[in-house]
Design a protein around this ligand. Sequence first.
Ligand code: FAD
Length: 310
Amino acid sequence: MSVAEIIQSAKKTLFSFEILPPLKGKGLESIYNTINPLMDFGPKFINITSHREVYDANNNRVRRRPGTVAVAAVVAQQYGIPVVPHILCGGFSRKETEYVLIDLNFLGITDIFALRGDSIKHSEPYKAEPDGNTYARDLLVQIADMNKGKYLDDSDFGTSLATKFSCGVAGYPEKHYAAVNLESDIRNLKAKVDAGAQYIITQMFFDNAHYFNFVKQCRAEGITVPIVPGIKPIGFKNQVDVLPQLFHLSLPQELEKSLRACTNDEDARKIGTEWAIMQAKELVAHNVPLLHLYTYSSAQQCVDILKAAL
Ligand code: FAD
């Protein structure tokens, strides 16, 4: 079953989570340490994030976390559950994207999360590579072509070489930072669904009202695919400032006040876990098909959330 089919056929709230490829030069140990404790809860799939180049201190473009495809292959083989590598437009030409997709196809990995990505420097507006995809929608079109056996060099292999990729995309309950308003952002989200996206996973949010409102507006716009809530447990005190800055989202006053009163990360982590449990319980009570957890370095927090909420 594809990840989209798993989500669509959910009878009760399922769960999945997201991991980052290790920093360059590090082994897979950190990944296993994150995944192992979560396997007891029966995750339905694992997303592997993707990271484009950044500028180092000498202004060289470097990729600090390459390896999304290889990590996805190892995790799929090791744990025997579906993996969902993230594929970005930003930083990649369409040709490079085609080669990555061919690698994934050879590896039997057919679930993909299609994203635009961000600019190489956060201070600069996003710009696609000269021969790259501009928006996530364009990447979906490229993937849909390959699913018809159409490749970039105009070769049309028809069904004999048609891939079977199935895609999810990102949605933003508090709107994407570059969008003028939530309405236009949702119209662009609808274009992604029309181009073939089969489910949506949301950006993290800390007030469930944002998610419920987002789902309502998406349905009104004619988006019928599942909309999976993304939940991030706060793990560090400084995230009270970092998360809103980096992800362009808001924290409820009550949460912000409690975090600012913390004197250390341990206290902040406790508050973050309790908050995420409260969110998860309410979402489960509303029969969301799946909870998608942003684990990053906080597997134990995710264990606590799953124990309490599922
Ligand atoms: P798009 O859907 O392409 O939208 C980007 C912006 O363009 C939006 O403002 C949209 O409204 C607008 N837009 C879309 N189409 C048009 C159009 N035709 N004309 C004008 N405007 C348009 N980033 C990473 O680098 N690696 C990851 O692994 C990663 N994983 C993520 C996972 C999730 C669940 C989420 C929510 C985000 C993730 N991101 C990741 C972040 C993401 O790459 C950024 O938020 C990026 O800025 C937008 O990507 P997108 O695919 O949502 O873009």
